[in-house]
Design a protein around this ligand. Structure first.
Ligand code: ADP
Ligand code: MG
Length: 302
């Protein structure tokens, strides 16, 4: 059962939920990349990890802090909260306890952030459903395989036509219906092809299903080993991939990952606050020039 009314999000940050019932599709990786992309554009970002078993996003952010200390560099990090799993005997008590923890986490960050990125588990849990109800943008990473496609829809093996809605697809549609009734908001649902091998068949079927379920789909990231390596250092493809940060020289795979991630963020069309973006750009320029040797023009200027 879905909650009767979405819980209130005080301060009204833009809520980005990353969800799919398929594990390993790249939810945590995408959540971290989106959070870092927004921080780099001067936005204030909060993150919530609802995957109380894996705690992938929590560990990713913790690794980032450890890596920054180790390399003696500054790495911007979001204001993070994780929700511990309630371990009581009664399901209703556990749900009530987790709901209270989730509401408290939202309340503790949302007054001070512009964006809230919520990473969800791959299982259908009460909080995972609730998160989908409060999403303004829903990102669903999907690997390039018809097996994984099943969470969204079933496909006829001969014609590749869509024959039925998948469990996760149906859950999102219900969440959207609820949300529309509650405050007439539209959730921008974006399916992102991740670990992609550019399969045309999957692309065609996604196009069909997107028309029926109301999502847009984007080309995300190719399968690249660098994404797995980023986790241990808490880095993303959007960080400066130089000797100081990476501890190594960026290779072609790093550069390709950086480009495709930048393209993806652009295509998400998130409501980025332009003043904050300009402030961040000016700050980055100032830092860069503070480290650079003075040019002759600067020295001779009146
Ligand atoms: N584009 C990619 N290429 C290669 N490996 C990836 C890619 N995206 C994610 N991974 C790796 O796949 C695994 C699962 O990703 P993760 O983000 O944890 O998925 P989820 O949160 O959906 O379970 C992790 O080891 C991650 O580093
Ligand atoms: Mg995860």
């Amino acid at each position: 059962m879905l909650h009767a009314a979405p819980i209130a999000v005080p301060g009204s940050p833009h809520v980005i939920v990353v969800g799919n019932e398929k594990g390993g599709s790249g939810k945590t990786t995408i959540a971290m990349h989106v959070a870092v992309a927004l921080l780099q554009q001067g936005q204030r970002v909060g993150t919530i990890d609802l995957d109380s078993n894996q705690k992938g996003l929590t560990r990713y952010i913790e690794n980032r802090r450890i890596w920054a200390n180790y390399r003696r560099i500054e790495l911007a990090a979001p204001l993070h909260r994780d929700i511990p799993r309630a371990e009581g005997k009664r399901l209703e008590d556990n749900e009530a306890e987790e709901l209270a923890a989730f509401e408290a986490a939202i309340a503790s960050v949302s007054e001070s952030v512009d964006f809230l990125v919520i990473d969800t588990p791959s299982t259908d849990t009460y909080l995972m459903r609730l998160a989908h109800l409060i999403a303004d943008t829903l990102l669903t990473p999907l690997t390039d395989s018809f097996l994984d496609f099943g969470t969204l829809g079933a496909i006829d093996p001969i014609t590749c036509e869509i024959t039925a809605m998948g469990h996760y697809g149906a859950m999102v549609c219900e969440a959207r219906r609820h949300r529309r009734q509650f405050d007439r908001s539209q959730i921008d649902w974006v399916v992102i092809r991740n670990r992609s091998s550019l399969s045309r068949l999957v692309e065609r079927s996604l196009g069909q299903l997107g028309g029926r379920l109301g999502f847009r789909h984007l080309e995300g990231c190719a399968e690249r080993v660098v994404y797995r390596q980023f986790f241990t250092s808490g880095l993303t493809a959007l960080d400066p991939l130089d000797q100081a940060t990476l501890g190594d020289r960026a290779n072609r795979s790093h550069q390709a990952a950086q480009q495709e991630t930048r393209d993806l963020i652009e295509l998400l069309r998130l409501p980025i606050n332009d003043r904050a973006r300009r402030r961040a750009a000016a700050r980055a320029e100032w830092f860069a020039s503070a480290n650079a040797p003075l040019a002759a023009d600067d020295v001779l200027a009146d």
